[in-house]
Each structure stands twice: as structure tokens, then as C-alpha cells.
Design a protein around this ligand. Sequence first.
Ligand code: FAD
Length: 347
Amino acid sequence: MNLEEYKGVFIYAQQVDNQINNIAFELLGKARDLAKTLDTQVTAVLVGSGIRNLADQLAEYGADRVIVVDDPELKDYRTEPYAHALSEVINKFKPEIMLVGATAIGRDLGPTVSARVGTGLTADCTSLDIGDFPLVARPGHEDEQKHNQLLMTRPAFGGNTIATIACPDNRPQMSTVRPGVMQAIQPIKGAKAEIIDFNPGFTPNNKYVEIEDVVKVVSETVDIQKAKILVSGGRGVGSKENFKILQDLADALGGEVSSSRAAVDNGWMPKDMQVGQTGKTVRPQVYFAIGISGAIQHVAGMEESDLIIAINKDETAPIFSVADYGIVGDLNKIVPRLTEMVKARKK
Ligand code: FAD
């Protein structure tokens, strides 16, 4: 493999039902940073049927080029034709970096494609950077560094440590990235990208599953990743009923309620509301952590919030080390008072 041939930062622009998933815009935001450091271009790969018209949106969010693979075989997501499409894009256009969202689709597509094109993939990354990678583990090369590598960081060993992984010998350097971690840029209205149509040909084989029916789950829960203010509760809230006092505060502030995993495991909150390593990554303007101890797996999902306010009766709780403001005391007394104060200010 001649590594020099591989150039540019590519992202997989996931779309379903001709709607681009937010993760595509987040990946473009990160791709722009990486491309600036590497002095190269950002390319979005758009795969589907009748989706060419979506390319302009990708341009507005920072794509210099959009490679469009448009074919009737790509109407609904299926592993085989989509993996074929993305693998062939990689084989033809040779990206240095290929980013895919760690969505349900991306977690299926990313590893299938990386195996097909013969490279590695770091799954579920929470941070990406360009930097030097020391070759300490290679006998005879201990003092050497590989430069301008993609350094892919993710929690490891159940979140007890953070691992930074590189892929120095193969291209592209592939990663799936957690939704909600990277930041999209403010869209540049009217921006245009170079559009390249590419069709590698699709011949159905015995791996093409047939979709008989698509049943959509109608979710009535709010998307906590979009909330500007989150009032999050943990085991310290004590019961499902007591989450009402958090809901009152959220209503007064115009925010939403979320929770730690302990509250989900206790059946007090639905899984969709869980913040953390095995829940959602959020970055609201204000995050209240109420009766939450601040375990590393929880903090991994909320530490990028703009302002963190912790309420806990234990002054040594680890949550206070990531909080901007801390209130030590009983949440049952503090939260209703806060709600009253917010309401009073509004009058
Ligand atoms: P606790 O740790 O029990 O903390 C409760 C806190 O409430 C305490 O600090 C206590 O002082 C305070 N408190 C009690 N009563 C009051 C009161 N009246 N007033 C004020 N404060 C009070 N956790 C997540 O949240 N999200 C994840 O995605 C996640 N993923 C995980 C993945 C793995 C692989 C593993 C191993 C664990 C994961 N966890 C996750 C679990 C995590 O390790 C913690 O167990 C969990 O976050 C604890 O939740 P908690 O802070 O609500 O409960």
C-alpha cells in the first residue's frame, strides 16, 4: 500500500428517507479542522437513491466536494450494496481519513467497509486529532515517530481508561464517531461544492437482503441531544415520582429532563434519556447534575456542556470536579427553591 497516494478527509454523509442525519454535519465540522491541519480538502460521500439534491446542504456545512453514489439499489439501507458503494469510493478516490458516524447504520457499515478495503477502524471515538505517533512498541524503531497521523481517542475497558489509537501502516485511517461529540459549523448559506457522480455498478448477489416492510418506531420522547438546558437526575433523586421536582425546574427554565444510568436501571427514566458512555453524549448550554455522583462513564457524556451546575449532598462527590458551580445540600430542598426563584424572576 503506497500511503502517499491517499489524500483528503472524507466523511460518510448518512441519510435515511432523503434526510441527512445530523451526524453528517458534525463530522463535517471535525473534518474541516483536520483538513486545515493537513492542508487538504473535505469530501462528503452521499449514498442513496434520488439523493443528489442533498449535496448543497453538505456544501453549506463545510464539504468542498461531494461524491454522490445514486442508484435504485440504494433506496433503503442494506449492508451489502452500501458497503459496496463506500468501499468502491475508497478504492477509487483513496482518502487519507474516512469518518463514519457511530449510529446504528454507521456501526454496521464502518467495520464492513474497513475489512473490505483492508484497513483498521477505531470504533466509537470521542476525540480526533492530528499528531505524532510514537513507534515505541516496534523493536529497532523505539525512538521514531510517525507524523501527521489521525489520533483516535475513545474510552476503553468499560470507560476506566481512555485509549488513543492510530493506524500508521494502512489507509484510510477509519473511525466511527459518537453522535453529539463533534460540533457542526454555522452553515454558510449558498456555499457550493464540487459534485462528482460515481456509480460502481450494483449486481444483486445472495448478500442483498430483501426488505419486505419497514416499521417505524414513533418516539414520543424528546431528543436530549438537541436541548439547550438539561436538568439531569441520578440515584440521589430517590424515586420515579421525585423526578417531578426536576421536571418542574426544567419547565420553568424551558429545558428537558435527562438522567444517569442508575436512574434508568431503576426504571425511573427511559433509556433514551440516559447521558453517558452507554447513553447519549450531550453538550447543552446548561447541564444540571442533580443527585449524580459523577462516575467517569457519566461524565464522558456531558463534560463538554458549556456550564455545569452540580447539586449533591456529598461535598466530595467527583461531579464537583467537573462542575462550574456546585451546591452542597439536599436536592429535595434545593431544587424546589431554585424552581421558585426562576419563576419569580420571570414575573
Ligand atoms: P450514584 O453513583 O449512586 O450517585 C448518587 C449521588 O446522589 C451520590 O453522589 C449521592 O451523594 C447523591 N445524593 C443522594 N441523595 C441525595 C440528596 N438527597 N440530595 C443530593 N444528593 C444526593 N452511568 C451513566 O450515568 N451513564 C452511562 O452511560 C454509563 N455507562 C456505563 C458503562 C459501563 C461499561 C459501566 C461499567 C458503567 C456505566 N455507567 C454509566 C454507570 C456509572 O459507573 C455509575 O454507576 C452511574 O453513573 C451512577 O449513577 P448516579 O450518579 O446516579 O448514582
